[in-house]
Write a protein that binds this ligand. Sequence first.
Ligand code: PLP
Length: 450
Amino acid sequence: MMPASSKKKFVMRPVRRAKPAPARAAKPDLRVRDAEQFLLPTYKRQPVLFTHGKGCYVFDSTGKKYLDFLGGIAVNALGHAHPRIVKVIRREAARAVHLSNLFHNQFQGPLARKLAECSGLDRVFFTNSGTEAIDGAMKLARLCGRAENDAPNSPAKKYRFLALENSFHGRTFGAISVTATEKYRAPFAPVVPGVDFVRFNDIADLESKFDDTVCAILLETIQGEGGVHPVTASFWDRARALATQHGALLIADEIQCGLGRTGRYFAYQKFPSKPDIVLVAKPLAAGLPLGAILTSEAVATRVSPGLHGTTFGGGPLACATALEFLNILEDEKLLKNISARGAELREGLLALAKKFPFIREVRGEGLIAGVELFVDGGPFVAEAMRRGLLINCTHDFTLRLLPPFLITRAQVKEFLRLFEQVLAAIPQSASQSGPGKSAAPQKLAHAIAR
Ligand code: PLP
């Protein structure tokens, strides 16, 4: 418990509402001007400045309200300002934000236990991001790929990684090496050597590339950035069997699709077999940066102190918040809500697909959905924003929906109503710039190949 005197200092202040935009043209926002002048131009940001959120809604600096069906790209699973999350962050911020991995803190152990229980795996390493979890897992795979009695500097015989075409695993060197999309990888070549890409869900291609030199196959159980594409049960089973046969690891990247998004703790839990390593991040600490590598005891036995580490990963504030996130998932029966709302969303999207012929396919599970179009998705995202709805477009033609887990039935209806207006508002001429006509035939070919 916090002493009464310190509690006084942390009284909740009402959220300051931004003034509505004046009728005449507003002056350029100085905060946006600073961002444009001083930030590295790594993002093409929308010309909007968000100030705060509440539940499934966010508000911009003019006071405009948006229904948030992007959720900070799968991070804000509990929406914004969930009272229990706010309470834990206030409480722990007043106690210890950071201690050091040279010591134990109160929350790392219990959080690791909970993640082990949910996943069926045994050991956990905490990171600060998804990409750092990917790089850590790649290091573990290389470690497991060398014989235990190998000299530390001898090259491993089992060193290759298999990854899937259309994958996205992050931005650090290891992660871009296993990310198929050229634009993320090619400008930084040479990347980590020894990576081969397998055609998505193509078992014959997988078999042809697997041999004893492979130390791991790494895959997103549902590809997120690549356009919401789930791996098939038969591909998963074959990857599991080949990994076991060749003494390689099966690594599931559930950074976007894990921790409840599908209505199960992990997307792979619909398959009968488990991976050797699972990676999570995005929603884990309800918006604070935290990721994790979950692994089997067999992998863990290869690790000894000093082989891997992090300064910030697993700090008390982030871990306390993550524990609360998992408790809320349980207490508010959110997995059930995700499945129920996900089914309503899917039904509504399929109905819209019948109405709008430029919708090519609806994919996904639970509260990760992809609506692939025959036309460029960009104008639909802009129109959605104009109407107070946040979505995004990935791989040019797929509108991606990642709403918070606590979305209500009424909010799904609200979304479907707004989304229908958005689909109807874009003139059919937009379809003339679609992939079939000019923009990116190779991308449509890729989509059709699925
Ligand atoms: N893996 C997947 C499937 C992702 O979707 C992402 C991010 O979008 C990453 C890895 C990288 O995570 P981070 O951005 O936290 O480094």
